[in-house]
Write a protein that binds this ligand. Structure first.
Ligand code: ATP
Ligand code: MG
Length: 255
């Protein structure tokens, strides 16, 4: 795949926390309208990579990035790059679903309200569309004014997804182990939602569950100790891995 079809390109990209290097000169292209699964053992740099794509690492003073990370042809680490705009285009969903202590409705419109959207009709439309896209609408449509915190864990995670989807400038969705701790039905709903959402967005899914990557990711990247060991079409990577370390990991022989 050539770089100009890619939504995101990283080149010789490294991240350091003080003296510790957690990403080692990664070079990879992430194509639009596909789901990239990132797998790898604990501490391999998966979360660091996601946070780097949205510049959340900026918030930790010890952390610095080197090399290039390019979104739609623009280097997101360029000093003139607008981080606020970046975070509107690149949304992130974390492992622990935490609904805000607000109604279901207000949880979804939180971002748009901060961006200054006031029009009631537009907000109501956003709520309906985002909750439908997150596969939650049918379960909550009759109680939008009740607290989001009263939902089950699986429902709260879909509410958090809806909150990300309500961002009107959203182009890229980063998910960090979004289904850890969720029951199989809630997990299936998130996976089904992602499979439909890739028509509109570019999706990067970090998962500790290799089976989940095999089920939903179009492409898979295997990280190990901050290195990108192997990256390719999921089906191929799982059936004929090129690197022995990938083979050990996907067959569960790792460690
Ligand atoms: N803010 C930080 N300060 C210091 N070290 C950090 C920081 N963030 C991450 N690290 C280190 O970077 C390495 C990679 O961490 P990261 O969280 O990216 O791993 P991970 O692949 O997401 O692991 P897990 O599967 O456990 O979530 C680890 O050694 C971690 O201790
Ligand atoms: Mg992590």
């Amino acid at each position: 795949m050539s770089d100009n079809q890619a939504k995101i390109v990283v080149r010789d990209f490294s991240v350091f926390h003080g003296k510790l290097q957690s990403l080692r000169s990664l070079t990879m292209s992430i194509p639009a309208h596909r789901i990239l699964g990132i797998i790898g053992p604990s501490g391999s740099g998966k979360t660091t990579f996601l946070r780097a794509l949205n510049r959340l690492n900026d918030l930790s003073p010890e952390t610095r990035a080197e090399g290039q990370a390019v979104l739609d042809g623009e280097d997101i680490y360029h000093p003139d790059y607008d981080v606020v705009r970046l975070r509107k285009r690149v949304g992130m969903l974390f492992a622990l679903p935490v609904a805000l202590p607000l109604s279901i409705y207000e949880n979804v419109v939180y971002g748009p309200r901060l961006s200054g959207v006031r029009d009631r009709r537009r907000l109501a439309d956003l709520v309906e569309r985002s909750l439908k896209d997150a596969f939650l609408w049918d379960e909550v449509k009759d109680r939008l004014q009740t607290s989001g915190m009263r939902l089950s864990g699986g429902q709260q995670q879909r509410l958090c997804l809806a909150r990300v989807l309500a961002m009107e400038q959203l182009e890229v969705i980063l998910l960090d182990e979004p289904c850890s701790g969720l029951d199989p039905i809630s997990t299936a709903k998130i996976e089904e939602a992602l499979t439909l959402l890739k028509a509109k967005y570019t999706i990067v899914l970090v998962t500790n569950n290799t089976k989940q990557a095999a089920r939903v990711a179009d492409d898979t990247a295997f990280f190990l100790m901050g290195e990108l060991v192997e990256y390719g079409v999921t089906q191929r990577l799982f059936t004929i891995p090129r690197d022995a370390r990938t083979s050990d990991y996907v067959t569960g022989r790792f460690g």
